[in-house]
Design a protein around this ligand. Structure first.
Ligand code: G4P
Length: 527
């Protein structure tokens, strides 16, 4: 198969949802269709249960599971599909944001009873920021939930989507009879527990045909016809370009646990979802069809066995062909590296790969060379955009409780920060180290991992901070004046960038007013 065909057949995407909407269940059913797993239950839920805040074994287990399910690749209808797993727990939201930088599209799962939930809002916002194409799967139709039209309204109002329903439910809960696929013009009849047979599918191109009555009864047929009439009046027909540029979001209804509506979703997905798209770097746009390899690190996973300190850096191939045992430029370190055991992921199986194409994810064993956002190329100096750190919201001052182990503590902290577990700010005035995170769980993870993997121990002191913002200013004198005046609030991040630690929203507002030439940024990427 030629290089261009390989790119054309790749579909790299992520499934996002609020916890419990059915992401794990849907992932599993998709893998079953792809033959990547043989039985239900093979994909372990990667969520940390609510009670696990202090259950570290649960966190460790979670890390073990999530390395195995980080990328799940499989083949379906001659397409190579890569599902990138995203943690559902809100404290790991930043991990999810970063993983979404490596996808070409997303599937959003919604619980039909709960509708749009908080985590869904945040994740969809991240996708919209990057114009990532999204399909919506409304799940759990076998249970009573909200009315279909109300759900569509909610998607439009709460998520700012413009929806385009491609399947429509016939009843719900105990009265759920199936869906009418507007995409394939067929009726798909529901039989619980995934025992869908060929005669459950009835081609009905003309919805006035009496086949409808024969299959779902008079009342349901009548109401389906009314619904469909309303749908065609209110919602647009699918326009591929609008979907692929993130302007329109096709919606499907089904029940993942019953394996219902999943095949329709997958079949449409492989037809319409985009293959690898061009990506922006600070220097220029990279087209996937370019001959030379480029890629970036979007995730780093530490080995859960502390005796083997190596980590896996996950690289998204953006252009060209990645080859094993070939020298590539590590742009930040300005040196060549080659990889003898690059890994590919096919569901939970790992194997050494010889080559990888745009859209693929390559796992590289790393002994500490990579940080998130690093670029690999064949020699060109490039920096991929869109992998920012977000301004953290929770802060703790680190106290070394075992001064004999300072070296271990520093090493551990550096490596955990490279992995993107949290952000570390060093205060300019006194060298104090402050950890900033998006969620509180990370503080416990850090303490636990420092002890178990690095033999270092630390305690935390509360610091009352509102936000950490990256600072920039074109006028050097104005910047110097600002730094001098706010000396005790200045810090640097692990990459030496200047950060202002704002005590309160009021302080932040005041400095913004008093120093109009200085810019305050809420993500680390502001060029
Ligand atoms: P998540 O990854 O998004 O967090 O959700 P997950 O797939 O783990 O699903 C959350 C719960 O919803 C699970 O039940 C799952 O069985 C159930 N579920 C998923 N899809 C459907 C569906 O189509 N219909 C119905 N009725 N339920 C569905 P649980 O009780 O939390 O876990 P389990 O004991 O079943 O594993």
């Amino acid at each position: 198969m030629g290089f261009l065909e390989e790119i054309e057949r790749r579909r790299t995407f992520g499934i996002v949802s609020h916890p419990d909407a059915g992401k794990t269940t849907l992932t599993e059913k998709l893998l079953l269709f792809g033959g990547a797993i043989q039985e239900a239950g093979a994909v372990k839920s990667n969520k940390i249960k609510k009670s696990a805040t202090s259950d570290f074994m649960e966190i460790e287990k979670q890390r073990g599971i999530s390395v195995a399910t980080s990328v799940m690749g499989f083949e379906y209808r001659q397409k190579k599909i890569n599902i990138l797993d995203t943690p559902g727990h809100k404290d790991f939201a930043e991990d999810t944001f970063r993983t979404l930088t490596a996808v070409d599209s997303a599937i959003v799962v919604i619980d039909n009873a709960k509708g749009v939930e908080t985590q869904t809002e945040k994740l969809v916002e991240v996708c919209q920021m990057r114009a990532t194409p999204m399909l919506v799967f409304v799940n759990k139709m076998d249970r009573d939930g909200k009315d279909g039209f109300d759900l569509l309204d909610e998607l439009e109002q709460k998520l700012g989507m413009k929806v385009c329903p491609l399947s429509w439910p016939i009843g719900m809960g105990p009265d759920f009879q199936g869906v009418y696929s507007l995409y394939e013009k067929k009726l798909v009849l529901f039989s619980p527990h995934g025992k869908q047979a060929d005669d459950d599918i009835v081609e009905i191109t003309d919805i006035n045909s009496d086949l409808l009555e024969k299959n779902i009864g008079e009342r349901a047929a009548e109401s389906l016809r009314e619904d469909l009439e309303m749908l065609t009046e209110v919602y647009p027909e699918l326009n591929l370009e609008d979907y692929r540029t993130g302007k329109v979001n096709p919606v499907f209804f089904g029940s993942a646990i019953n394996n219902f509506g999943v095949r329709e979703l997958l079949d449409c997905f492989v037809d319409i979802a985009p293959n690898p798209r061009p990506r922006e770097t600070e220097e220029r746009t990279i087209d996937p069809t370019e001959e030379k390899f480029t890629g970036f690190v979007f995730k780093i996973h530490a080995n859960i066995d502390p005796r083997h300190r190596d980590r896996i850096a996950f690289v998204r191939v953006c252009s060209g062909k990645f080859l094993r045992n070939t020298n590539y430029l590590h742009v930040r370190q300005e040196r060549k590296l080659k990889f003898s055991n690059p890994t590919s992921f096919m569901a939970s199986k790992k194997s050494v790969l010889e080559e990888a194409f745009p859209g693929d994810i390559v796992g590289l064993y790393d002994s500490g060379n990579f940080v998130i956002g690093d670029t690999l190329t064949e020699g060109e100096v490039l920096h991929f955009k869109g992998i920012p750190s977000f301004s953290p919201e929770q802060f703790r001052l680190i106290i070394n409780t075992d001064p004999m182990k300072s070296k271990q503590l520093n090493k551990g902290l550096t490596q955990l920060m490279d992995e993107g577990v949290a952000q570390l700010f060093t205060k300019e005035m006194d060298g104090h180290k402050i950890i900033g995170t998006v969620g509180a769980l990370q503080f416990e993870v850090i303490q636990y991992r420092l002890k178990h993997e690095y033999g270092a121990s630390c305690a935390y002191d509360m610091v009352s901070l509102h936000k950490a913002c990256w600072v920039s200013c074109e006028d050097r004198d104005a910047l110097a004046a600002f730094r001098k005046r706010r000396n005790r609030d200045m810090a640097v991040d692990t990459q030496g960038r200047l950060v202002f630690l704002a005590e309160s929203a009021w302080v932040l507002k005041t400095v913004q007013e008093n120093f109009p030439d200085v810019q305050f940024h809420f993500t680390s990427e502001f060029n």
